[in-house]
Design a binder for this molecule. Sequence first.
Ligand code: KMH
Ligand code: ZN
Length: 279
Amino acid sequence: MSAEPMILTAAIVGAETTRESNPAVPYLPSEIAAEAVRCWEKGASIVHLHARRPDGTPTQEAALFGEAIELIRASCDIIIQVSTGGAVGMSGEERCQPLTLAGARAPEMATLSCGSVNFGEEIFENPRPLMRDIAERIRAAGIKPELEIFDAGMMDEARYLHRKGLIDLPAHFDFVLGVPGALAAREDAIDYLLTQLPEGSTWCVAGIGRFELPMVEAAARRGGHARVGFEDNVFLSKGVLAKGSFELVEAAADIARRCGRRVVSPCEARAILGIPARA
Ligand code: KMH
Ligand code: ZN
């Protein structure tokens, strides 16, 4: 019997990590695209995208996402997932700009945060009207959502969105664990969230900071998928900066294989997630 497939997502930019914490954080579309391709070479089948201005400040400007997406697609078939979370303090309108991209620049997936949460010393605001609005826009664009779960009650909010007819279930969930102020990166947190997972759903874990790689192993052992990259963590090991998110993808792929999992291609990941195949 062949090993159970495992999808690796590379979150290579984010909105918070800067070159002060790791000089290899990509800012320009060309840098973002080159890093996405390196991650694909190491086994990532999804890239989770944010955008930056040349000075590193976060932006959700569609043109910058579009430029990066075109460059990525010129080199590989990795699944493109855009952020609708953006950065703390952005308006809903601002956050949703990448959903307007069409044709060769259209994303295949987009994140949908399932509630507000303390985010370090700040608040990542996702009041219900905004959450419903973003869900509606993702649906209208024909994009597969990834439901971002930062805290336990967000599993209930996912079901609320389903009752409102705004998302389909089963769905794909991302448990983002270890954000200061939110649900901790602990194995028992994953186990609880799994008791709340709608039947037939797929799930991924993104561990923040030093919990990133341990959470890959926890997910691998439980049949889940995993996300790594500079958005969540910039260290390969204690005190050792990663040269790029690609090194974290490589480490995650090693962990997956050691746990008896098979790291899948974007093509197989599309089939698992119910995303149409690309020509
Ligand atoms: N930057 C965080 C405030 C997402 O991409 O959907 C939100 C975030 C979530 O990164
Ligand atoms: Zn993000």
